[in-house]
Design a protein around this ligand. Structure first.
Ligand code: FES
Ligand code: FE2
Length: 430
């Protein structure tokens, strides 16, 4: 939809990448965001340490991806590579994908099944729980070389993370005394989380993976920004999925304000009834657009929820997507300040009929890296990153619904983004 010209000057100017001690939050407080949160290498390093490796529960996998003992998946906590493994006794383990010997990222396959993990470099082997079990030539050869007598395998296992699950969703943390996942997510977020993850077994339908040339926080902000949804996305607006004036909600958790649910109830008719005065504000509303295949927007009511669409942002690395009957998660993997990787997993339920699965897959075209509703966000965030990274101006404005921080009653609000930055500033010391 947009032509992209050759990018000139990809390097970040030094003014946008100052040392952390020179960074001061703007005097506007939560009514402004300084560009350096998106561009500074130092800020990024502190985020990895204090957020992703700090006291947070990070999404790592769905249980349905590793149903049997010996199943494993290569995953990430922030940018840190980990392995999610199911042991012989059915328990789930998450450990760093870094050999305890010389540091090789030993697990090379996205997913698989095995009875042990063997590092390709010097073949140290680990059991399914991440314990070191074997070292070739541990005692040397002909009484020469080898490990010292007092070397104990128990002291040289893989670095293990704390693990928890909620209805088939696996989270891990570098912090071992984390609060229970239910307390972390809070009741207001669990309500819609549990509507999707309701205890029924999931069936994995497929994966996407893409890189976005933007800071990882922008993706959270995008899904805490209902304002853009009614303006940027022609598809949403024309087909009545989210229109200013529809019944909708932008909820932020009241404990920390970092998780969110953007929810809306679709109009009953297939096409949106938009009044003339609203149309004037919505340049992406195109009169007379029709669908060739109307099954595409059929909503089969199957969830214990008043909403037809819920998009949940779960701090710091998970998006739960329920767009009518298409279900998926997006796993955010930060990749330096100016890039992030998005890992998508689309799913249904094990007891779905063939017809329901077809419907979910058909509707799945709304989402994904080039989905009818995903495409524009990717472009918009790229534009923002290019703008904040290469300009002289140093902050953006966050004033919609200005008195409010957290849950908003209106779609024309940035209150949920402010709640996220309130917490962020505390954790980051800004
Ligand atoms: Fe893995 Fe040496 S680095 S066995
Ligand atoms: Fe969007």
């Amino acid at each position: 939809m947009y032509s992209s010209e050759t990018v000139i000057g990809l390097g970040t100017p030094s003014v946008k990448n100052k040392p952390i001690e020179q960074l001061v939050w703007p005097e506007e407080g939560l009514h402004a965001i300084p560009d350096w949160v998106y561009t500074s290498d130092d800020v990024y390093a502190r985020e990895v340490e204090r957020i992703f490796q700090g006291p947070t529960w990070n999404f790592v996998a769905l249980e349905a991806e590793i149903p049997n003992s010996g199943d494993y998946k290569r995953s990430y906590v922030g940018p840190t590579p980990v392995v999610v493994s199911r042991a012989e006794d059915g328990s789930i383990h998450v450990f760093e994908n870094r050999c305890a010997h010389r540091g090789a990222e030993f697990c090379r396959h996205t997913r698989g099944n095995n009875t042990e993990f063997v590092c390709p470099y010097h073949q140290w082997s680990y059991d399914l729980k991440g314990n070191l079990q074997g070292i070739p030539f541990k005692r040397g050869v002909n009484k020469l070389g080898g490990m010292p007598r007092d070397f104990r395998n128990e002291d040289h296992g893989l670095k293990k993370l704390a693990v928890t699950t909620r209805n088939g969703v696996i989270f891990a943390s570098f912090t071992h005394d984390m609060e229970p996942i239910e307390d972390y997510l809070t009741p207001e977020i669990l309500k819609d989380f549990d509507a999707v993850f309701n205890g029924k077994k999931l069936r994995i339908l497929g994966f996407y993976k893409n890189e976005l040339p933007c800071n990882w926080k922008m993706y959270h902000e995008n899904l805490k920004d209902p304002y853009h949804a009614t303006l940027l996305h022609s598809f949403l607006v024309v087909f009545g999925l989210l229109v200013a004036g529809n019944r909708s909600a932008m909820v932020a958790d009241s404990k920390r304000g970092i998780h969110g649910t953007m929810a809306s109830a679709k109009s009953d008719s297939l096409y949106a009834a938009v009044d003339a005065d609203k149309k004037k504000e919505m340049r992406s509303f195109h009169e007379g657009m029709v669908l060739k295949d109307e099954r595409f927007l059929e909503y089969v009511k199957e969830f214990d929820s008043e909403w037809s669409v819920t998009m949940q942002t779960i701090w710091p690395n998970l998006i739960v997507q329920r767009e009518m009957n298409t279900l998926g998660i997006r796993h955010i993997v930060p990749n330096g300040p100016n890039s992030m990787i998005m890992l998508w997993t689309m799913f249904g339920y094990e007891d779905d009929t063939e017809e329901t699965t077809r419907h979910r897959l058909r509707q799945g075209n709304l989402m994904g890296p080039s989905g009818f509703l995903g495409l524009e966000d990717n472009e918009a965030m790229k534009f923002v990153q290019e703008g904040v990274r290469r300009s002289v101006t140093d902050r953006s404005v966050l004033k919609l619904d200005s008195e409010n921080i957290g849950t908003a009653d209106s779609l024309i609000s940035e209150a949920a983004i402010r709640a996220m930055y309130k917490h962020y500033r505390e954790v980051m010391g800004f």
